[in-house]
Design a binder for this molecule. Structure first.
Ligand code: GUN
Length: 295
């Protein structure tokens, strides 16, 4: 069996088309466009390139965006006060505020993220948004987790009653995904196992998955022998590896061998990544509409 591809890039373009219409309606009613402000600290190449793709996707759907670049030498206090200022619209209307992660090690990441008000938190990282998600009444859902669920729904992959095994317990991906996929309703109702670096006998756990989601940031960790034949495999990993002097992106899944065992597989690049960006745009439109009192 060769797996069917979960084409995140093409789904993201479809989502963008719908968002473009919503943005036009918003602009007509409000007299301005939804606006996203991104804070980028330092000059890590990967973060810079993620932010660029967020900027160009925003432009494609008509969302205004601004990237505020901050030198790596900044400190927690200055960063917190910058975010507080953005939240008071001192850098123009900020419907959505996003601080690109990871922040440099000397910065208190949680202090900075907590400075983003819950109603502008398009990343869905604020404790209030995490709490709402855990209670089954989500507002802003973390973008990658929302993207994975959307990808499964769009492909017509049933989650109800299925065993989903997630590898990686991050606040950004693993934890919110576990909540989303086990919640009641469409794209949910799954039985979820959340694995992590201390899980015993990972291959034993992954072989039980009807749907396996890898989100650890470890190149090619998941090999064919760890997959139940016919399983759905979603690869959230984005790892840059060097081979023969050239650099390329690979996921957490050994794509070439696993695609021969799985029924569906998401590629890297072109899988979950574009959906993460599309969900960020959707959250930004939602944030703008919430401010306008439309929803
Ligand atoms: N860095 C990697 N993924 C993300 C994300 O979803 N949001 C933010 N803010 N930073 C990230």
């Amino acid at each position: 069996m060769t797996a069917q591809l979960l084409d995140g890039k093409s789904l993201a373009r479809t989502i963008e088309k719908t968002l473009r219409d919503e943005v036009e309606t918003f602009a007509k009613v409000r007299g301005r466009r939804p606006r996203l402000v991104v804070v980028l600290v330092g000059d890590v190449a990967a973060s810079g390139s993620y932010v660029k793709s967020k900027e160009s996707a925003a432009a494609r759907v008509g969302i205004d965006s601004e990237v505020i670049r901050v030198p790596v030498t900044t400190d927690t206090l200055r960063l917190v006060s910058l975010v507080q200022g953005i939240a008071q619209d001192t850098h123009g209307p900020a419907d959505g505020i996003l601080v690109q992660l990871p922040l440099p090690a000397h910065i208190d990441t949680l202090a900075v993220l907590d400075a983003v008000p819950a109603d502008r938190d398009v990343d869905g990282f604020h404790p209030e948004n995490a709490g709402l998600l855990s209670q089954g009444r989500p507002r802003f859902i973390p973008c990658t987790a929302a993207g994975v669920q959307r990808m499964l729904i769009d492909a017509g992959i049933e989650t109800a009653g299925k065993h989903v095994v997630i590898i990686g317990r991050s606040d950004i991906v693993g934890k919110p995904l576990a909540l989303l996929l086990s919640a009641r309703g469409i794209g949910g109702d799954a039985t979820v196992t959340l694995c992590h670096s201390r899980s015993a006998d990972l291959p034993h756990l992954t072989r039980q998955a009807d749907i396996l989601i890898a989100a650890v940031g470890h190149p090619n960790l998941i090999t064919a022998s760890m997959i139940k034949p016919g399983a759905v495999v979603v690869d959230v990993g984005i790892n840059r590896v060097e081979t023969d002097g050239t650099s390329r992106l690979v996921g957490d899944v050994d794509f070439t061998t696993v695609r021969e065992v799985a029924s569906w597989i998401s590629p890297v690049p072109g899988g979950v990544g574009p959906l993460t960006v599309a969900m960020l745009l959707a959250n930004t439109v939602l944030a703008a509409e919430l401010r306008l009192g439309q929803t």
